[in-house]
Write a protein that binds this ligand. Structure first.
Ligand SMILES: [Zn+2]
Length: 375
């Protein structure tokens, strides 16, 4: 859902994106401001003035959310964590960071940067609100609302349910005390799930309270549902990283990878190599020079009717598109490499020669086996 986004620029080396769901919020906020808030806030204003004020306020709201997210990322980058992009979507912003913070103190700093930014912005907007004199009704209404929404954003994000900022603060404290990231994440994300279910419960109650509240109720249900899903997903990710950490590429790689020539057809490969030997990956080489790699994944992409004619040259993943790692590479890094580059296998290279291949299936069977044994 959050993968897609329209790029809108770069700041501090981070690419900024808008997910299409963000436009729903923009339209909704503009509509609520124009039809509900501004008619009460200014007297005798025309629809076009209110709509103009609505759009301007929504834009400043968007800048506020972006500033919140950007500060998390700027602090993370200062602490050595690479941030690829920030995507704004229906419930706020997400930063794509290359890794989890290394120390509890780092996590605490990154987590607090966002709410502190929102609080500062809230104070600034309210400062302008109090500084403005009578007669500037238009600016008074805008600055008041922006001050309020930023303070609300800070408060909401400080709810101690992971992966909200408050949940991250809680996790950093638990982590600092227990020294176990996995256990701390489990506690903080269980609270996150609880908060999510609570929102769903209150939202459902509001939906049945009559026409005035059903939209608020629906919104709460959606946020609750999103939060509880995010809590489960974030915990799984940490548990997975924890399971993989400390194990190396050499433990899971497929070692037995005899090379084949580029003119072999898919038919021949399947019948004479795959089915006959049970091997799943084959480096393609000519005159002992590696040209690429063929795995079951490549074979599955070829329609059965073309198996007799397609050769390895056409179906292999070329060497230039393959990534390689040393046998000592940590499996948690390997997982990140596969995910970030969106690839299915890497070559394991030692002293310039291929010593093995690791596919997603190797990692999955490693994870499943440990999951079944509970180790
Ligand atoms: Zn935040």
């Amino acid at each position: 859902m959050l993968r897609g986004g329209i790029p809108i620029g770069r700041l501090f080396g981070i690419s900024l994106r808008l997910n299409y769901t963000w436009f729903i919020v923009f339209a909704l906020v503009t509509w609520l401001l124009t039809t509900k808030y501004f008619p009460v806030a200014f007297n005798d204003s025309s629809l076009s003035t209110r709509l103009g004020a609505g759009i301007l306020t929504s834009l400043l709201f968007f800048v506020s959310v972006l500033a919140h997210e950007l500060m998390h990322s700027v602090v993370a980058q200062r602490l050595g964590i690479r941030v690829h992009s920030i995507t704004l979507f229906i419930f706020g912003g997400v930063s794509q960071m290359s890794q989890e913070p290394k120390r509890p103190k780092d996590e605490l700093r990154i987590a607090l940067a966002g709410p502190l930014t929102s609080l500062t912005l809230g104070a600034l907007f309210w400062g302008v609100f109090f500084w403005l004199g009578p007669g500037s009704e238009f600016l008074l209404a805008i600055t008041y609302w922006l001050g309020l929404i930023n303070i609300f954003l800070a408060a909401f994000n400080l709810i101690p349910g992971f992966p909200l900022d408050g949940g991250r603060v809680l996790r950093s404290i638990l982590w600092w005390r227990s020294k176990s990231l996995r256990q701390s994440t489990r506690i903080a994300s269980n609270i996150g799930r609880g908060v999510g279910f609570f929102f769903i419960f209150v939202g459902t109650f509001l939906v049945f309270q009559g026409p005035g509240l059903w939209l608020n109720g629906l919104w709460l249900i959606l946020i609750g549902w999103f939060l509880q899903n995010a809590a489960v997903g974030s915990y799984r990710q940490v548990a997975l990283q924890d399971m993989l950490q400390g194990h190396t590429a050499s433990e899971v790689m497929t070692r037995d990878c005899p090379a084949i020539t580029p003119d072999v057809t898919v038919d021949t490969l399947v019948n004479e190599y795959v089915l006959a030997t049970g091997r799943r990956c084959f480096p393609v080489a000519k005159d002992s020079r590696i040209m690429g790699l063929v795995t079951l994944h490549n074979i599955r992409a070829v329609p059965r009717s073309l198996w007799a004619t397609k050769t390895m040259n056409e179906v292999m993943t070329p060497l230039g598109n393959l990534k390689s790692v040393p046998p000592s590479e940590d499996l948690s890094n390997l997982m990140t490499i596969l995910t970030e580059a969106d690839i299915n296998q890497v070559l394991v290279v030692d002293n310039g020669g291929i010593v093995g291949v690791i596919g997603r299936d190797n990692l999955l069977s490693f994870i499943n086996l440990r999951g079944e044994l509970g180790v």
